[in-house]
Design a protein. Structure first.
Length: 285
């Protein structure tokens, strides 16, 4: 089979679980069951591949990211970080047979793991120096590769994912979450109102500022000249942005245009101490 010919460094073979536990002091994450759903960490090669298949379907088929030849042939989204990360998955028990039962996924990589395994994915787009200088690596968690099957994009699925992330945060005593949130496409001017709104209302403080690793000479529309109110602009933001901002997240002033993934990215940071009390009561208690 083609899958068996994949080079070992492309992220399909996770390191031996005993070695991972020894190196990074993994703790036991208890699965969550709700109605017909199970929320757990992927712990088999098959589950990881199914999560990668869902990612490919969402990022490359739906959102028009540009796959390389190997990804296109295998219909999987993967990178070297996959073999070190934890992969949170939502499984629908109602799906029968050999079909992919994973309907949602989030990739989690802790700072101590990233430090020993080549760094965060976010570092390929943004300079995280101020964050890394402010927090011990073991208290940092990168969230990435978030996606949900198109038939399950509702409040229930996202609440399950956030509930599981909250349990993971408590388990590992995480102090800060970081990752990328994106607008679709690469036309910066199309989202000038939204970008200006985010910069004006949700920018990180100077001591935690995050710069893009590339030049950002994009002329952005000045939101102050708009007749559109803030509520309407917030409503237009992609769901991932709204989720992070509602719990108290802040964004980088810089953006990164990702031509491979066909997105305009912000770096988003959530300090757990600043999470809105409403969401602390809902997820962290």
């Amino acid at each position: 089979m083609l899958l068996e010919k994949v080079p070992k460094d492309l992220g399909f073979k996770r390191p031996n679980s005993q070695n991972i536990n020894f190196l990074f002091k993994n703790k036991i994450f208890k699965k969550i069951e709700f109605r017909d759903f199970i929320i757990k960490l992927a712990d088999t090669k098959s589950e990881l591949r199914h999560a990668q298949a869902l990612r490919y379907s969402v990022f490359y088929k739906e959102k028009k990211a540009i796959p390389n030849f190997q990804k296109k042939m295998m219909q999987l989204d993967y990178d070297k970080i996959d073999k070190f990360a934890d992969h949170l998955i939502v499984v629908d028990k109602k799906i029968k047979g050999l079909k992919n039962k994973i309907i949602g996924t989030y990739r989690l990589i802790r700072g101590d793991v990233a430090l020993s395994s080549g760094g965060f994915y976010t570092s390929s787009e943004f300079d995280l120096t101020n964050i890394l200088n402010s927090y011990n690596h073991r208290h940092i968690l990168e969230l990435g590769r978030s996606c949900v099957h198109k038939n399950y994009r509702n409040g229930t699925t996202m609440n399950l994912l956030w509930k599981a992330i909250a349990e993971y945060v408590k388990l590992y005593d995480i102090k800060v979450l970081l990752g990328c949130a994106s607008f679709p496409g690469i036309d910066v001017q199309e989202f000038s109102k939204e970008i200006s709104y985010l910069r004006s209302n949700f920018s990180l403080p100077e001591e935690m500022s995050i710069k893009s690793i590339v030049n950002n000479n994009h002329i952005i529309y000045d939101n102050n000249n708009s007749n559109e109110n803030d509520f309407k602009i917030f409503a237009k933001l992609p769901p991932l942005f709204k989720g992070y901002l509602r719990v108290g997240g802040k964004v980088s002033k810089d953006i990164f245009v990702d031509y491979e993934f066909n997105t305009i990215d912000f770096c988003v940071v959530v300090q757990t101490v600043n999470i809105n009390q409403k969401y602390k009561n809902k997820f962290l208690n």
